[in-house]
Design a protein around this ligand. Structure first.
Ligand code: SAH
Length: 293
């Protein structure tokens, strides 16, 4: 067992009953979702289903995001200005949740990347973070987190309860998530990245975020049940552990490979009648790997 308990001060977590049951949100609250979704009886059934083809309006082209040449900038105010521009770009995209954009307007993305790349911190780029891994583009971060926020449309500001991120990487998305839920767990399998994220996050003093080192394919059972689980790495299927650790009414958002070799965003909702799965747009995430490194 490589997981270890968070080093943060002990915190009183809400009882599991605080997380469930919750009402299933209305389709109108969930703008990206397909109307043909269907409840199924169990995990095995839902994951054996072929992934549905994607409606073209869900596929986002790179060309929609003209990147501005921010150049090198050193001062805090220019970084803030670049962040504001990023937030305005995100706001113009359909389906982005305002609370997510607000969180991204606050979290200093430039503080999570190599200083040589700071000029690109708020552009529409994925950037290297070491160990062959990358920080996702701002639109991808906003998209995935908006999908979990819209699962909780009745709680516009914050998701009640705990959420789990698989793949801490540099810690940026975890920092954004800390603005969106009561409690956040984030797990990373590469020790060097886990430590880097800890260093990156220390100055931000995020008290509701717990960083874990271990294989996130097993989830983190002691932190569950989760209101949402977001994976920043793509596997061949959604691990059963994630489904088991998801609370009733909760949502998993994870890149997953299709039989055809594409990778798409998969959304799984745990509802009283079982699980409901939807396949959204094509994405390109680093692989979800087992074990630790
Ligand atoms: N959210 C991150 C993105 C990191 S890229 C950020 O904001 O920077 C995806 C990360 O997933 C990589 O760091 C990779 O090491 C990690 N990863 C891949 N498989 C994993 C697993 N089984 N458990 C935990 N982390 C994993």
């Amino acid at each position: 067992m490589t997981q270890k308990k968070p080093r943060f001060p002990a915190q009183v977590l809400p009882p599991p009953s605080a997380l469930s049951p919750r009402p299933v949100p209305r389709p109108a609250d969930r703008p990206f979702e397909r109307s043909g979704e269907r409840p199924v009886g169990g995990a095995a059934a839902v994951f054996s289903q072929a992934l549905a083809p994607l409606p073209t309006h869900m596929v986002r082209g790179q060309s929609a995001f003209a990147t501005s040449n921010l150049g090198e900038f050193a001062s805090a105010s220019s970084q803030q200005a670049a962040r504001e521009r990023m937030a305005r770009r995100l706001m113009a995209i359909e389906g982005m949740h305002p609370a997510v954009i607000e969180a991204m307007r606050i979290v200093p993305r430039h503080a999570f990347i190599d200083s040589a790349l700071i000029g690109q911190a708020y552009e529409e780029n994925s950037l290297p973070i070491g160990y062959g891994q990358t920080i996702s583009k701002p639109t991808i971060v906003a998209r995935m987190l908006s999908l979990i926020m819209y699962a909780y449309a009745d709680h516009a500001g914050r998701i009640p309860g705990r959420i789990l991120e698989v793949g801490t990487g540099c810690g940026y998305q975890a920092a954004v998530m800390s603005h969106l839920a009561t409690e956040v767990y984030s797990i990373e399998r590469v020790r060097g990245l886990h430590e880097r994220a800890r260093d990156n996050l220390r100055p931000l003093r995020v008290s509701n975020l717990h960083l874990l080192f271990g294989d996130g394919m097993a989830g983190f059972a002691s932190g569950g049940p989760y209101s949402a689980i977001v994976s920043a790495a793509g596997g061949d299927a959604i691990p059963q552990a994630w489904v088991d650790q998801l609370g009733m009414g909760g949502r998993i958002v994870a890149p997953t490979s299709t039989d055809g070799g594409r990778q798409v965003l998969i959304v799984v909702d745990k509802i009283p009648s079982g699980l409901r799965q939807q396949a959204l747009e094509t994405v390109h995430f680093v692989p979800l790997k087992s074990g630790v490194a």
